[in-house]
Design a protein around this ligand. Structure first.
Ligand SMILES: *Cc1c(COP(=O)(O)O)cnc(C)c1O
Length: 247
């Protein structure tokens, strides 16, 4: 259980989740309008990695359908906790975190989309294990646009070089790109998201793939991401933590 649920109680927390969701959707609508985009083209994904099953159910009641986890073990725990619960109808999960090849089997078939394909080796592992089970897994290629050492994923140049190989893997469908921006630096975030969009456009032209999913934007920078073309924002603290101040 999170601090917020403990502090506010179930009823108070449910009210917070609904009010916060409305504020988030308002920010998304404003940012989309500034960019001449349709807010309906932006998916809001509730990152539930720091909260429990009860919070996920309350958030679903507040209007979220799409959730994301960053660890396979926690994904399994959530799915097990939700299984057979009628209130969980309509909930789907994405995988957004570092994925080791030996954990791939815990993830495929259990998620709508894997955002975090950070190497050709991982792409191949997901593809092989999906194929073996007769599945095609939708994936995004995690791209280190900002070039920060601490970030995982393909550099833009690596991705330019690897795309042809990634496209040969049966068992995965390349849907688009994902990135994370440097923290606490709005202008760097803007450049990063803009760079992701331009890279996707370039690869789209070259490959003929639609690559129409751009997963970028988190609690601190999602309005900037929407302005720069994000189609999937991944929100953790701002969605679930009542002590996180939404400006
Ligand atoms: C935790 C996490 C998020 C959400 O982060 P917040 O800043 O809490 O919104 C988004 N993407 C990834 C990959 C994460 O691990």
């Amino acid at each position: 259980m999170s601090d917020s649920l403990e502090r506010l109680g179930a009823e108070g927390y449910a009210a917070f989740l609904a009010e916060r969701r409305a504020q988030i959707l308002e920010r998304v609508a404003e940012a989309a309008a500034r960019a001449g985009r349709d807010a309906a083209d932006v998916e809001v994904i509730a990152v539930s990695k720091t909260v429990g099953v009860e919070e996920v159910l309350l958030a679903h009641e507040a209007g979220y359908d799409l959730f994301a986890e960053n660890r396979p073990q926690e994904l399994r725990r959530k799915l097990a906790g939700l299984e057979g619960d009628a209130r969980a109808t309509g909930i789907t999960f994405d995988m957004i975190g570092n994925l080791q090849t030996n954990k791939v089997n815990q993830v495929i078939g259990n998620v709508r989309l894997v955002h975090s394909i950070s190497s050709a080796h991982l792409a191949e592992a997901v593809a092989k294990r999906s194929s073996a089970r007769g599945l095609v897994t939708d994936v995004l290629v995690e791209t280190n646009v900002s070039g920060e050492q601490s970030k995982s994923g393909f550099s833009p140049d690596e991705l330019r070089q690897s795309l042809d190989v990634l496209m040969t893997f049966d068992g995965i469908c390349l849907r688009g790109l994902m990135t994370m921006a440097p923290a606490h630096d709005p202008e760097a975030a803007r450049r990063t998201f803009c760079g992701l969009r331009e890279l996707a456009e370039e690869l789209r032209t070259r490959s003929g793939l639609p690559l129409d999913v751009l997963s970028c934007g988190m609690s601190d920078d999602f309005p900037i991401a929407v302005e720069q073309g994000s189609t999937a924002i991944r929100l953790g603290r701002v969605a679930f933590d009542d002590e996180y101040a939404l400006e």
